[in-house]
Write a protein that binds this ligand. Structure first.
Ligand code: SF4
Length: 236
């Protein structure tokens, strides 16, 4: 039995495994899933630090692995530039965006709806159009209050496996990986951001909580855009 089918005690693994063991476990998860799902395995790359680490791991498992990026009209210019550079380097990354008309400043009045339209809808479309049977994410259980209740392998939507290969990594271990393997990152991290999203909804904070700078001043503060919590298949 490989790691893909293991019922692991995640809290124990977070503390027990060292950096090298975590990297090996993450690669083994992707490797085993790729054997099962082949081209149906696709990486969701948000261009954040966790995503670029997962993307790099996946490329080491098999350079043919595909991915998708969801972008919005509100992404910071630095992120758009970083996206262009990343896609030039990896043309197997497909970009999805929702350009439909929405009320101005919807991110202030109804941030959940704004994220549903601009982020969740394109993810659903990517999953449908790319024939995804297993999507791979950069979710980490130590990242914040909304991220503790996940597993390394899940089936939240019937027929769609979700693989979270770096679920047990700490923030420090992500940076360790990116530094040691020379993975380029969004330059906004050098400005002090710890969690990146759209420009109006991402702020620099000194809070201990890694996601504290997200959606400040709204009910969604430190929360989720919805791609990890909303159904991604069908019209539910
Ligand atoms: S992060 Fe903000 S601007 Fe971006 S989709 Fe969500 S609410 Fe809208």
């Amino acid at each position: 039995m490989g790691v893909l089918n293991e019922k692991a005690d995640l809290k124990e693994l977070v503390e027990k495994l060292n950096f090298k063991e975590k990297v090996e476990r993450s690669k083994a998860l992707i490797e085993e899933a790729y054997k099962v799902y082949g081209d149906g395995l696709v990486v969701a790359n948000s261009l954040g630090k966790d995503s670029v680490a997962v993307w790099d791991l996946a490329k080491r498992v098999n350079p043919k692995i595909r991915g998708f990026i969801v972008t919005t009209r509100y992404k910071p210019v630095e992120t758009l530039k970083f996206m262009k550079e990343t896609v030039n380097r990896y043309p197997e990354l497909k970009v999805y965006k929702n350009d439909s008309e929405i009320p101005e400043r919807l991110y202030e009045t109804k941030p959940d709806l704004c994220c549903d339209i601009l982020k969740v809808e394109p993810v659903k479309r990517a999953i449908e159009e790319m024939g995804v049977t297993c999507w791979v994410t950069g979710l980490r259980c130590t990242e914040g209050r909304t991220r503790t209740d996940f597993q390394e392998v899940e089936e939240r939507d019937k027929g769609l496996i979700k693989l979270n290969p770096i679920l047990i990594w700490k923030e420090r271990e992500v940076w360790q990986y990116l530094a040691l393997y020379g993975v380029p990152v969004n330059p906004l991290y050098a400005e002090g951001y710890r969690s990146l999203g759209c420009a109006p909804c991402s702020k620099i904070t000194n809070d201990d909580n890694e996601r504290a700078g997200r959606w400040i001043g709204t009910s969604k503060c430190g929360g989720e855009c919805g791609i990890h919590t909303r159904p991604l298949k069908g019209n539910k």
